[in-house]
Design a protein around this ligand. Sequence first.
Ligand code: PMP
Length: 396
Amino acid sequence: MIDSQVAQRFADYETNVFAKMSRMAHEHGALNLGQGFPDFPGPDFVKEAAVEAIRAGYDQYSPTSGLPDLTRAIAEHYRDRVGLDVDPDTEVTVHCGCTEALAASLVGLVNPGDEVIVFEPYFDTYRPGVALAGGIARFVTLEPPRFAIDPDRLRRAFGPRTRAILVNTPHNPTGKVFSRRELELIAALCREHDAIAIMDEVYENLVFEGEHVSMAALEGMRGRTVTLSSLGKTFSLTGWKVGWSIARPPLTTAIRRAHQTLTFAAATPLQYAAAKALRAPRSYYDDFLAQYRERRGLLVEALEEIGFIVFPPAGTYFVLADHTPFALGDDEEFCVHLTREIGVAAIPPSYFYSDPAKGRDLVRFAFCKTQGVLRQAIDRLRTLQPRRSPQKALTR
Ligand code: PMP
């Protein structure tokens, strides 16, 4: 196939970095702290519900907006946990994971030539997602060690062509949880410029420090916010790809038009089980967080001892660190060395920046792994020798 025979829309986007690193991990028998998928199963009560649905004959398409029991469970979840009053019939759409919810939101809401503000480092589908819609991404960099918003930079990114801002809180890969103050600044700019806030909240139940603030709950934002999330992280079921979007009816109508073209509907038996999952008792969410708090403590402490400059995450199941004390090249070289020589795979963050140079000193580890695997990985990482002592500030 020659280049002129295929569309150029995604020509600049290489093979997905996660797939690439997972392949390399497999080839070298490395422990995979790269791609963010749990190495333990999802909860039995949810899996049993899916089996029950398959046995009961939930075999055909669900409505394109989602199985009514699931859209109701989503609305209940947001009422009880976030305090949002959501109409399950006109304001909720079930998607094939948050990835499709993002694509449908961008394609449904952004016109060609519109600008979309994206914080970097960003989740890897954001850029091609904006490109898919024909939009133009405007990047605002979050700088280590605190990854705080620079208000002037953000203000300058807004303009007459801004259609939307894409915000991921808690944030992959930095582990940042956007503060209420930061979200209020974004909200004020959205109101001033008549822009939509597209909120990716897939890590909403993984907050270790501070609080998760839902943009839709801020004054004047309900009508201009799209809230996205999915089952994958909270229920350790990333392969199920059940996600959702929540927005007022005019935005939901536009998102649904895109969704019905992209995928039409998510898998029916999995939606049935997702409704059961979202109705889990409070204790499920508490245990889930407590277990991740332990994994986070284990990895963060070890990485610091080993000699990384660590940016301890306030949320998510990722930790970002500066690898330069080991003097093993840039982020890709470091990750290749780690996978081949040390037996631990991680992700090179330069893929998460519009200018890859900004991510060259960093490495991302995922701690959605059993403690046994994390301890084994830590033992392997202890063979790394820092050549320079960490000097940079650690405060966040
Ligand atoms: N957004 C972010 C920030 C993510 O980290 C991920 C998964 N790694 C997704 C979206 C994708 O979610 P899903 O698997 O539900 O499509």
